[in-house]
Design a protein around this ligand. Structure first.
Ligand code: 13P
Length: 337
């Protein structure tokens, strides 16, 4: 696999309907996932879990990239093979989460701005030496009656653009993730308006900072009803409004849009992606960069037990294949059984 330019790396990750496995949970987040199955979050257990995922046969052909947390990019499998090599042997590229999490926004403390620009250039150089080809930075936008503030959107999109420029100067592809959270009672129309405003601001900032859009991947939320809203939009409405929102705000030279799952069920996340690709009226690849929606069934099957490894791997392989089919608009619910 000789991928030399940013464009080649980005296009490879989303080629043929492939998507991304987001396995970059921080240690506290991984702790929450492990709590749900009664497994202690030790360094070895986290390693065993990720090793199990990265050795699943369904990684091959369905997954073009895996996003790691700092601890994982430095870990070896039980037999001593670097986890990064397991990923490479599956034909996927290694990505790394480079942001440093959220801090309260000065002008509006219930909102956050993502940290991590300090020392980013040095961290990138080390990650390149450890085999990383792409990176992730997540910004969080919350919806209520009174937020998001314009300041929150501007501060987060400016930071995303500065991050993307530093990453590209280090020859890695930046994933830019402006996540409008599903939490809340808001309507799908409100999610549409906030997602539109965020994406517009993001691409203005990226242009302003001189970021090469053809060497960037966008990781957005889908346009959905708030998770606690009484009226939930249908799969077709989510697909139509998401495609419309992207068409209005995302330049055609962007190679790939890979959605986050954001708390959707595994099958919902697949159904939405499939419905969008059946509409098909857009220039970029529309694929997935799911964390929970890819891993949840596998985590539940694993339960931290050696004897469950092969069942857990089958569960990940199944979800990876279902999502690749969805990225080609070739999924249907009957394939789930
Ligand atoms: P979810 O798909 O679980 O939202 O995770 C994706 C991710 O990487 C969030 O930053």
């Amino acid at each position: 696999m000789s991928l030399n330019t940013l464009e080649e790396i980005a296009e490879y990750i989303v080629s043929d309907g492939k998507g991304i496995l987001a396995a970059d949970e921080s240690n506290p987040t991984c702790g929450k996932r492990f709590d749900s199955i009664g497994v202690e979050s030790t360094e070895t257990n986290r390693r065993d879990y990720r090793e199990m995922l990265f050795r699943a046969t369904g990684m091959k052909d369905n997954i073009g990239g895996v996003i790691l947390f700092d601890e994982t990019i430095r870990q070896n499998a039980e037999d001593g093979t670097p986890l990064v090599d397991l990923i490479k042997n599956q034909g996927a590229l290694t990505g790394i989460k480079v942001d440093k999490g959220l801090a309260p926004l000065e002008s509006s403390p219930e909102e956050t701005v993502t940290q991590g620009l300090d020392g980013l250039d040095e961290r990138c150089k080390e990650y390149v030496s450890l085999g990383a080809k792409f990176t992730k930075w997540r910004a969080v936008i919350k919806i209520s009656d009174t937020i998001p503030s314009d300041e929150c959107i501007e501060a987060n999109m400016r930071a995303l653009a500065k991050y993307a420029k530093i990453v590209q100067d280090n020859n890695m592809v930046p994933m830019v993730e402006p996540e409008v959270l599903m939490d809340g009672v808001h309507s799908i129309e409100r999610c549409y308006a906030v997602t539109s405003q965020s994406l517009k601001s993001l691409f203005d900032c990226l242009k302003d900072e001189g970021v090469n859009i053809a060497g960037t991947i966008l990781k957005p939320n889908m346009v959905t009803s708030g998770s606690m809203s009484e009226s939930q939009a249908s799969v077709q409405e989510v697909a139509e409004m998401t495609v419309k929102c992207l068409n209005e705000n995302v330049p055609s030279e962007l190679p790939g849009v890979t959605f986050l799952s954001g708390g959707q069920s595994d099958v919902d996340a697949t159904a939405h992606l499939d419905a969008m690709n059946k509409i098909g009226d857009f220039s970029w690849k529309l694929s997935f960069s799911y964390g929970r929606a890819l891993q949840q069934p596998s985590l539940k099957a694993w339960l931290g037990k050696e004897e469950n490894v092969s069942l857990a791997q089958d569960a990940l392989s199944h979800r990876a294949l279902m999502n690749k089919l969805a990225a080609n608009g070739a999924w249907n619910p009957g394939l789930e059984n």
